[in-house]
Design a binder for this molecule. Structure first.
Ligand SMILES: Nc1ncnc2c1ncn2[C@@H]1O[C@H](COP(=O)(O)OP(=O)(O)OP(=O)(O)O)[C@@H](O)[C@H]1O
Length: 889
């Protein structure tokens, strides 16, 4: 038996190593002369120490503490007894309620080495600034978790109210199943991305599949990365084949996948997709999968298997109202069971429109909401129009009637060459119906005129297409024109160009709209010139005149599909050259113009207007924008991240007022997602990020920021600390223990409990006598007075005080629990109020609007019940401890 200033060393006692805490709980096996031997059973390491300098801390449990037996079971300590220097714990087993007594020798070797109490006992502390950083991280995390716009903060995108309104409305539904049908180029991809991001970050969705026309896969992958910092994986045929031998279901390999539409053709992959437990499905250009095809049947199966579905199409009625109905049916088969009922219902909505219009005009928002609630498809379908969103440049049609001394192709090709020459160095996008024409034109321009054109069509590989588009878009490239086929270019972003050449005309007005939409989309900053060459009496000449009657070139054409349905049969003979009656065409034009006027008027008063009013409710959108402006807090984020980088070994060099270069150093203490070795240029400014695409936009939603918040809130960095206070009003040598407890709910992620009860920090401040000063000494005011203390001093203090500190820490649980109860009561009240309001609203809505699924109402009830239950059992944990010692100068 031997003795130091604090303890008597006896074999059988348990000790922690202050220098090697990760060894777990040591067992003192031998005391011989001036030497100690300690075995660390967790690592099977043996250590010998000289008694005078042994860096050991005595491990003792106190009544009410929780201990673990070497056999794995836990017990609650009721009494502690010392027999010949070894502690004997009396307690109750948690699993069996049995009373037990065990010597400390039998304790498990694994102790929570990250636990602040263990760290304090072992004298392990961090610097004051690290402790502060941890506290800040927790406050920021709490703020973010509670924000009503978490997940909508981080997109590299302008804050456009029509997109944010849709994103917010759809993302927060239990399992949204909607059609995003904004006019072409208004940003459906961004809307889908925002919805996705908010759902992923809140835990509402976890496994996502995006089905995209093959030609758009790359664009989607790039947009998701560039705009949302989301890394999706492409699962094409090749990747599936490669993954096949590793996984039963290839799609289990990743959480976020992009799948080319063509993959649906394979029964194997299709079956695996349906069985891959995705919880969110996004289908881009959904009109491309035509009803009554096998593809469509497969899509139907997927929509049946995946609970949340977003279908994207700018031209929902391209294949007629039946096609539109079929897609709505994919979303809600129960509600859309009869096409005739659907048509009748659509007509009945027309009556609502004038009233809604008046309410919108006078700004009676609440009443307008109620009227719009009656509009059945409004819950399922969102369609914004340019007219409603506003701020778009004009379209200018430039018809080019041509003389024909040559064949049609040659005349047009020569005209094109002239056009390009006149407008040098401007860039032109040319779209025609087939890849064959693209190829012929390419050859002709090269051979006859020495003009090098870029080409873009479905016969090229995706990589070739992307390269061609990129090459053409680069300002250095000398190529004046990009020749595109119809189908090859759908969904593409060509708004950097201002001239569109329609080398021939498509037969369907929606296809024409898709073509113009390549340039006339968000981000277009000049009027779009639409050049239409045609030869007299040709197919295109007739089509051009017909399109003029419906003003198809001047503005987005909402009536095109309906006119096509009514008149296409009469039009056919003129297109094929098989007609006898030129007068008949004049009549057709007149009839088309008249009908277009009627339909437009109907639409103005009817369904489309209702759709627009519903897709964008300005006062609600404004509330979302306001919340974003107040929760973005770029300055606070910047300060926090700068501190984080400095403490964790990353170098940051300011490049200008808005951006800087971030790079890892050899002292980097953690791995950050998406940080390459050579570093990264970053900004906290949305505007700067928008103008500089290569610069990473850091927001509270960004994975690196989330990682920092998470790390600092859960890991042990900064969880224990000793600091000095110099306050003459207090006795010298008086000291304080400041504790932070974290309180959290344990609930499945999809319940999004953090919205009501984010991870909460509960502070308790005790003085050296164990008196509770929490409410008397404010956290900030206290913190401001604190100063660093050097490591040696801090260690000596802890050695001296640790037993009392351990007792104080134990007594702090009671006030922490009391504070927690108050927080819980507040959260329960908030939950009750908000849920009651949401339920009432949904139930009222359900009475008015048949598109509210019963499952939504049930889900809301069940969420409330589960959250109420979770609120009864919050988890309280000791998170950090700071010891403050007064030493007046
Ligand atoms: N909020 C925004 N901020 C900046 N750019 C945006 C925003 N929304 C959309 N854009 C850009 O506008 C263009 C059109 O957006 P997007 O491709 O999402 O439209 P879309 O409705 O899906 O078009 P399409 O009907 O052709 O598929 C894209 O280049 C997109 O990056």
């Amino acid at each position: 038996m031997s003795k130091d200033s604090e303890h008597t060393y006896v074999a059988g006692q348990r000790w922690l190593s202050e220098t090697e805490l990760e060894q777990g709980l040591g067992l003192l096996t031998q005391v011989e002369g001036r030497m100690l031997t300690v075995l660390f059973p967790a690592t099977e390491e043996l250590r010998h120490y000289a008694i005078q300098q042994a860096p050991l801390a005595r491990y003792r449990l106190l009544p009410d503490d929780r201990g673990q037996h070497a056999d794995g079971w836990f017990f609650r300590v009721t009494e502690v007894e010392t027999k010949a220097g070894v502690l004997h714990y009396h307690g109750v087993r948690e699993d069996t309620d049995e009373k037990v007594t065990l010597p400390e020798t039998q304790l498990a070797a694994q102790v929570a080495t990250q636990h602040p109490l263990t760290r304090i006992l072992a004298g392990k502390t961090d610097r004051l600034d690290m402790y502060r950083l941890r506290q800040q991280a927790q406050q920021h995390l709490q703020h973010w978790q509670q924000s009503s716009v978490a997940g909508l903060l981080g997109a590299r995108a302008q804050l456009l109210p029509h997109q944010l309104y849709i994103a917010h409305t759809v993302a927060d539904r239990f399992q949204p199943r909607v059609l995003l049908a904004d006019e072409v180029g208004l940003g459906k991809t961004i809307e889908a991305g925002l919805i996705l991001q908010r759902r992923l970050l809140s835990g509402r969705s976890q496994r996502v599949v995006v089905i995209v026309p093959d030609s758009l896969c790359h664009q989607w992958l790039v947009e998701l990365k560039r705009r949302f910092a989301l890394a999706f994986s492409l699962f094409d045929e090749e990747r599936c084949e490669q993954t096949l031998h590793e996984y039963d279901n290839v799609f289990s390999a990743e959480q976020l996948v992009v799948v080319p539409q063509s993959l649906l053709q394979s029964a194997t992959w299709q079956a695996q997709l349906a069985a891959a437990d995705f919880d969110l499905l996004i289908v881009d250009e959904a009109h491309r999968i035509a009803p009554q095809t096998s593809h469509f049947a497969q899509l139907q199966q997927l929509c049946g298997a995946i609970p949340a579905v977003l279908l994207l199409t700018a031209t929902p009625e391209q294949a007629g109202l039946e096609g539109h109905f079929a897609r709505l049916q994919l979303l809600d088969p129960d509600r859309f069971h009869s096409f005739d009922d659907f048509v009748a219902e659509q007509e009945s909505y027309q009556q609502l429109s004038p009233l809604a219009e008046v309410l919108a005009r006078v700004g009676a928002d609440k009443l307008l909401d109620r009227v719009l609630d009656h509009y059945g498809t409004g819950r399922l379908m969102f369609r914004n129009s340019r007219a409603h969103v506003g701020g778009f440049p004009e379209r200018q049609c430039q018809p080019a009637p041509l003389e024909t001394d040559n064949d049609e192709f040659t005349s047009k090709a020569n005209w094109l060459h002239n056009l390009l020459r006149q407008h040098k160095p401007e860039k032109f996008i040319l779209i025609c119906r087939s890849a064959l024409t693209v190829q012929e034109l390419y050859d002709y321009l090269r051979v006859q005129h020495g003009v090098h054109a870029a080409v873009f069509h479905e016969g090229m590989s995706l990589l070739e297409r992307d390269r061609a588009a990129e090459f053409f878009a680069s300002p250095e490239d000398g190529c004046p024109v990009l020749l595109c086929s119809e189908i090859g270019s759908e969904g593409r972003n060509f708004q950097f160009a201002h001239h569109l050449v329609l080398f021939d005309l498509p037969e369907h007005p929606d296809l024409l709209e898709q073509r113009i939409g390549r340039l006339d989309r968000l981000g277009q900053n000049q009027d779009v010139q639409i050049h239409v060459p045609y030869v007299a009496d040709s197919r295109d000449a007739y089509l051009f005149q017909w399109y003029q009657q419906m003003q198809a070139f001047a503005a987005p054409n909402a009536v095109g599909a309906m006119l096509y349905n009514e008149f296409s049969e009469q039009l056919q003979p003129y297109l094929s050259g098989d007609y006898h009656d030129e007068l008949g065409f004049e009549e057709l034009l007149e009839a088309t113009a008249e009908r277009a006027g009627q339909l437009r008027e109907q639409i103005r008063q009817g369904r489309d207007r209702l759709q627009e009013l519903n897709a964008y409710r300005p006062h609600q959108a404004q509330a979302i924008l306001d919340a974003i402006t107040s929760d973005e807090r770029p300055q606070q984020l910047r300060d926090f991240m700068h501190n984080f980088w400095a403490r964790f070994g990353l170098d940051y060099d300011e490049l200008n007022a808005d951006s800087g270069w971030l790079r890892p150093t050899e002292h980097m203490r953690v791995q950050l997602p998406g940080l390459p070795d050579e570093g990264l240029t970053v900004t906290f400014s949305r505007d700067y990020a928008l103008a500089n695409e290569q610069v990473e936009f850091l927001s509270w939603d960004h994975p690196q920021v989330q990682h920092a918040l998470e790390l600092l809130s859960t890991d042990s960095f900064g969880s224990t600390c000793v600091a000095l206070i110099q306050n003459r009003a207090l006795p010298a040598g008086s000291w304080f223990v400041e504790l932070t407890f974290s309180s959290q709910l344990t609930a499945p992620a999809h319940l999004v409990a953090q919205e009501f009860y984010p991870q909460q920090a509960i502070r308790v401040l005790l003085d050296s006598q164990g008196r509770d000063l929490t409410s008397r000494v404010q956290a900030n005011a206290f913190d401001k007075q604190l100063q660093f203390i050097d490591k040696k001093q801090s260690r000596a203090l802890l050695q001296q005080l640790r037993q009392t500190i351990q007792q104080h820490i134990q007594s702090a649980w009671q006030p922490a629990e009391t504070q927690q109860q108050a927080l819980i009561a507040q959260a329960a009240e908030r939950l009750e109020q908000r849920m009651a309001a949401a339920q009432q609203r949904l139930q009222q809505l359900q009475q008015r609007n048949p598109a509210v699924r019963q499952s939504e109402v049930d889900a809301l009830n069940s969420r409330q019940q589960q959250l109420t239950a979770a609120l009864r059992q919050p988890m309280l944990q000791l998170d950090s401890v700071r010891i403050v010692v007064n030493s007046p100068a």
